[in-house]
Every structure is written in structure tokens, then in C-alpha cells.
Design a protein around this ligand. Sequence first.
Ligand code: CP
Length: 318
Amino acid sequence: MTDQLDAAGRLRHLLTLDGLPAPMLQRLIERARTFVPPAAAAAPRGRELEGRTVANLFMEPSTRTRVSFELAARRLGADVVNIEGSAASTVKGETLLDTVYTLQAMRTDLFVIRTAESGAPAEVARRVADDVAVVSGGESHLSHPTQGLLDTLTILQRKPDLDRLVVCIVGDIAHSRVARSAAQALRTLGVRELRLVSPPELKPAPHEFPGATWDSGLDRMLVDADVIMALRIQKERMSATEIPGASAYREQYGINRTRLARARPDAIVMHPGPMNRGIEIESDVADGPQSVIWTQVANGVAVRMAVLLTLAGRSQAR
Ligand code: CP
């Protein structure tokens, strides 16, 4: 893996949360808190990235991540270009690296890359100029670091004592970069207990989630949970034989009000989006009082402002 840190131990790229030290995670999260506007207040804006250019290269579909990186960059004064896989010259045979070199020649300072190709963001990070940074906007099933940060921020806003929390992640763990990045951040920051629930065919390799417990029985795993995170079935990463039937999945793994009652009364419900309502989560839970799903979305902009400023900021930011 490309070293994400420079020789002085500062963040140089953000490709994964795996291995990042707790103080660095805490600094990013604390910085993100400064960009969370009070209720009903206007979105915070600054000029810190004026003269900088951020390129969003999204080779897989995205709504939340791409738009929030764009808003984050614009709210800090940067120029932004958006390249989407279906509309890029990669469909004419250009490699991702040549696309990066092309945009780098136009003085891009930071690339956000979403790709289904494992290792691609690290490869780009190895090849860009010394003063150019790379951020993963989601890499295959492996990593979604800014999602992990925004999920952790959302949990900490409601429940500051991670060392007392039981977090239960439910769904397609095997194919989920969201689960991996959340687990890495929560483990590093000292979560008390991490439970993983999935159908047996979507069970992750244990070494990818050290310290977590896995079970296929949702009802018993929800008991006394403080945080429930429902995941989408990642059909795009499965073979036809692996894909569970929607109604059977809903029956066994869907988060509904009856199931939610097994968790702690003040448990929060999360989902990274996009949601499949009526499959992994019922609408009355997604839109109910325990849901923090829209807070996750809002925090996404704040986290991405913090990350962009840390990596592309002119001053002491790195
Ligand atoms: N959570 C997430 O990554 O959503 P998008 O695919 O819409 O970016």
C-alpha cells in the first residue's frame, strides 16, 4: 500500500483509514465538526482553497460522495471539475492514469477517485506529482475513508463515549467498503463492541474485521445495540448465484420497528445510502425519530471540507 503519510508523519493522501493513528482520525473529525453548521444556519464558506483545483473522477455511480466533495471544494473556494466514467475518455480506451496526467497538466491539485478497481487510487497516488494529493471516494469493496469518518462523526455527535458502545452493522458485509472503513475507524478509536450480521453467504473474512463478532442471526445481535448500521446489498459486486432474494432478505435482515425495539431505546439507526426502502430498511425506521441518516449526509460535506483542507490547504493544514 502507498504510504499515506509524508516523511514527517503528516497526511499526504487519504486512501484508507486502516492504520491511521487515532490522533490523526480525531484531528480530522474535530476539524469536520468546525464545518457542521448550527441548525438553520447557512453552510460555512471560506476562501482557503482559492486558486486550487479539485478533480472528482468517479468511475462508479455516486450521488452523496460526488456532490458532497464538489460542495466541500466550492465552499472552500476551489475550482472543481467532475469527470464521470460514462462520459470520460476512458470509454474510448484512455487509462485512468492518462486521465489523471491530463488533468494534472491542467494544474489539478487534488484528485478524488471512485473506482471498482482495487489498488487504483494507490497506483494514482504513487504516480502523481509531489504536490498533488489523492483521496479515495470509494475503492471497490475495500475502502471508503471519508464515509468511515462521517459515520464516526455522526456516532460521536450522539454518543460521545465510544468505549461504551455496541455497534451493529447489518447486511452485505462481504462486499461493503463502508463497513470496512467504519470498522477501521471505530476499532482505532476504541469502540467497545462491533457486531457484524449478514447472511452466511455474505460473511466477511474474519481477518478483515479483527476484534468484531459475526453472526447470521439478526435478532440476537440487535439486543442492547447502541448503533445499528444497515447496508445495501451490493449486487454490482456479486455473481448471480450470490444475490439473495429481496423478500427473503427483508424477512431475515430488514430493519423494521419490531427489530429496532430489541436494541437500546436510544439506539440510533444509520444507513450510508443509497437505501433500498422495503428491503434492508423500512421507511418508518429510515424516516423515524431514531434515524440519523440525513445527519450522515450533512456530515459528509463537513468531513470532506476537513479532508480537502488538510490535504490541499496552503497553510499549516497538513
Ligand atoms: N454512501 C455513498 O457512498 O453514497 P454514494 O454512492 O451516493 O456516493
